[in-house]
Design a binder for this molecule. Structure first.
Ligand SMILES: Cc1cc2nc3c(=O)[nH]c(=O)nc-3n(C[C@H](O)[C@H](O)[C@H](O)COP(=O)(O)OP(=O)(O)OC[C@H]3O[C@@H](n4cnc5c(N)ncnc54)[C@H](O)[C@@H]3O)c2cc1C
Length: 421
């Protein structure tokens, strides 16, 4: 058991709760600044969530400048200004390359390890911790010790451990099997902090009706997806890329990104419109259909669309167009063709809501930023207490922004904790 007080000449003792992206980076920064660091991770391995990021490839940051970065943070971007200026996306790249992980930049300035292995990012961070003498303890923290407005340490099943500072890096509340099940929010609340309403962001969308279920498993590349607010007819999101139909609705990169733009979601509020042929205008598309009809002159409509659509989509598509699937193509009317063109350019899926928080890539909400000092990540309420990573009420779009937020807030928290700032 550690003692409650430190001799003046001894290094600062810093406890980090959570061995994820933020926790390991905070431990590294605190150790670099001369602190004696103990990191508690409840799993028997660090970085469990990190290992599944970017579909196992880990989109570790985004190679953009600070201003562009902040446009990708819908919640509390200004709070992050100092953290991102102090430890930038370039610093993240430099850190990993110095730790022996070669990086590459892909479409949308997304940065990945050349190996395409998220495990390489985790190993580099764990190695960096161990090389700096960070003591990694695989134990769950049960509570934080807070007395008279100061943090004293943490409690584990083996007893109390004392420190000069504690950095809470327990992550959000999604994919809880990775270890981030919301413990940190409990610690923060017990210490007097406000935790804003938690919800999912970057999450699949549940659709009304059974259109999506009828195309379950079908993935589309190179489509244009718009989300329309039904009441105003305004597009609140539009982008080009990949998506997937599932038994409940829609998922895939485009859909996850779209979800971060939907506020106060409720049945009937939004609909998704998918342009299945974004490269073709309506006239060209109509000519294309006519050419297919000529080619398959004597076939039923249902058997004449193989060149136009993926097999799984043909029957639902014809149904959406309200055309008899057994109609011979030569008798399909101009109005019916117009409906086909319209459906190809704007296949409409009414949205009922989000999938549950546990299926979200990030948690929206968290420890209120007005109670955290943005220049240090120090609590404004409890001395010696710091926060970093997803536990804070910030979240960003896809593209490596969320991990960068974890790293930047962690470096600030780790350094400040080590210097007692
Ligand atoms: C499927 C998926 C893919 C993603 N892909 C990307 C991507 O490619 N790029 C990107 O930028 N972001 C991505 N994200 C988001 C990103 O992973 C998170 O924003 C980031 O991991 C947050 O880091 P963190 O350290 O705050 O939390 P976490 O990485 O969740 O780490 C928290 C750690 O704290 C530990 N912990 C919790 N409670 C306790 C306790 N009581 N005691 C001890 N330990 C505890 C947990 O076990 C966990 O290891 C993805 C998320 C998911 C779910």
């Amino acid at each position: 058991m550690t003692s409650m007080t430190r001799s003046p000449n001894d290094p600062m003792r810093v406890i980090v709760i959570g061995g994820g992206a933020a926790g390991m980076m905070a431990a590294i920064a605190a150790a670099d600044a001369g602190a004696e660091v103990t990191l508690f991770e409840r799993n028997d391995r660090v970085g469990k969530k990190l290992r599944i990021t970017g579909k196992g490839r880990c989109n570790v940051t985004n190679d953009c400048d600070l201003n562009e970065f902040l446009t990708n943070v819908p919640t509390n971007p200004r709070f992050l200004y100092t953290a991102l200026a102090r430890f930038s996306t370039a610093d993240t790249k430099e850190f990993f390359e110095a730790e022996g992980v070669a990086l590459k930049t892909e479409r949308g300035k997304r940065v990945f390890p050349v190996s395409d292995r998220a495990g390489d990012i985790v190993s580099a961070m764990e190695r960096a911790c161990l090389n700096r003498g960070v003591h990694i303890v695989h134990k769950k923290v049960q509570n934080m010790l807070v007395e008279n407005g100061s943090v004293l340490g943490v409690t584990t099943a083996d007893g109390d451990v004392y420190a000069d500072s504690v950095i809470v890096c327990t992550g959000g509340k999604s994919y809880s099997m990775t270890g981030s099940d919301g413990d940190g929010y409990r610690f923060a609340k017990a210490a007097g902090h406000t935790v804003t309403l938690l919800g999912p962001s970057l999450v699949p969308l549940v659709a009304e009706g059974n259109l999506c279920a009828s195309m379950q498993g079908l993935s589309l590349k190179n489509v244009n997806l718009r989300v329309i607010e039904v009441a105003t007819g305004k597009a609140v999101f539009e982008d080009f890329g990949e998506m997937l139909f599932t038994h409940f609705g829609l998922t895939g990169p485009l859909v996850l990104s779209a979800s971060a733009h939907l506020l106060d979601i409720m049945p009937g509020k939004y609909e998704v419109r998918i342009d299945l042929k974004p490269a073709l205008d309506e006239k060209t598309l109509d000519n294309r259909i006519l050419a297919d009809f000529e080619k398959y002159r004597n076939r039923d409509l249902i058997n004449a669309l193989d060149d136009l659509l993926p097999q799984k989509m043909i029957a639902p598509f014809v149904d959406l167009c309200c055309i008899d699937p057994r109609k011979k193509v030569h008798s399909v009317t101009r109005e019916e063709r117009e409906r086909m063109v319209h459906t190809l350019k704007a296949m409409t899926v009414p949205i009922r809501g989000f999938r549950p928080l546990n299926e979200a890539i990030v948690t929206r909400g968290g420890v209120a930023v007005k109670e955290i000092q943005p220049k240090t990540m120090r609590s404004k309420l409890v001395s010696g207490l710091y926060f970093a990573g997803e536990i804070i009420d910030v979240d960003a779009y896809t593209g490596g922004f969320n991990l960068q937020i974890a790293f930047s807030t962690a470096v600030l928290a780790g350094t400040s904790a080590a210097y007692g700032e």
